[in-house]
Design a protein around this ligand. Structure first.
Ligand SMILES: O=C(O)CCC(=O)C(=O)O
Ligand SMILES: [Fe+2]
Length: 250
């Protein structure tokens, strides 16, 4: 883990708290939820103060490698910024702390789908694989939505190297900071399509499928189902999200 970096977000008073929350989470239950629904929630991973500090950092010029205005690309309406390396300490730690719990799940999914991918136990080894094929751009991001903004259903794929799980942390408080703006996931299988709205509170971390996952089909046999995620229109206020994607980008 890179510890020799400047912390751009001062109010991370509870660094040990999120490490303890990740370490003590019921990872069997989280995996069961991921297997059954393609998503799972760690409630209250960040404090309101940590969420506010990250959201307030959105307007800073420094610390980001690019800003994307979603309407220009047909991605929806709203905007987001990709962090630059070195990532803020909190974000770097969250990415490193979450990955080792997700890699064994990713490996079980890969085996169940007869895929060749296997994911190393630590993030730095996986990132080295990404960097070796030219996927060197950091993908963690922060998104900002105002009234009328939304995020089209999508998959966060940035090259051949794909880690099949990602995390989004809601930084704003629903009904206080914003209304509307619900996180939505869809699942497309040969048996039909369905959508799920996932209610989140400020500071909750949603673990979810990047592109596809194994799901029981007819006669219990596992089949591959494609998943997408997006956000319904924000009605009022401002909504910020922190996105943690584990593969880097070309
Ligand atoms: O704003 C959201 O909740 C969705 C963010 C998103 O698309 C992502 O983190 O990949
Ligand atoms: Fe996304």
């Amino acid at each position: 883990m890179n510890t020799g970096q400047i912390d751009r977000y001062p109010s991370h008073e509870n660094v040990a708290a999120y490490a303890a929350t990740i370490a003590s989470a019921d990872w069997y239950a989280l995996e069961r939820s991921l297997n059954e629904h393609g998503n799972a929630v760690i409630p209250g991973l960040l404090t309101a103060a940590q969420c506010k500090a990250l959201a307030a950092g959105y307007d800073r010029e420094q610390g980001y490698r690019s800003r994307i205005v979603m309407a220009r690309h047909g991605f929806g309406r709203g905007e987001y910024k990709y962090f630059a390396y070195p990532l803020p300490t909190l974000l770097n730690q969250l990415r490193h702390l979450l990955y080792p719990h997700l890699a064994p799940i990713a490996n079980r999914w890969s085996r169940q789908l007869n895929e060749k991918e296997s994911y190393p136990p630590a993030l730095d080894a996986f990132l080295a694989q990404c960097h070796a094929v030219g996927q060197t751009g950091p993908t963690p991001l922060i998104l900002q939505y105002g009234p009328g903004d939304y995020n089209c259903l999508h998959q966060d794929l940035y090259g051949d190297q794909v880690f099949p799980l990602q995390v989004a942390i809601l930084l704003s408080a629903p009904e206080q900071d914003f209304t509307g703006g619900q996180f939505v996931m869809t699942e497309t299988a040969t048996t039909g399509q369905r959508a799920e709205v996932i209610p989140l509170k400020q500071g909750d971390a949603l673990l979810f499928t990047v592109n596809h996952r194994p799901a029981p089909g007819k006669r219990g046999r596992l089949r591959k189902v494609a998943m997408r995620h997006g956000v319904s229109a924000v009605n009022s206020g401002r909504r910020h999200t922190l996105g943690i994607i584990f593969h880097d980008a070309c």
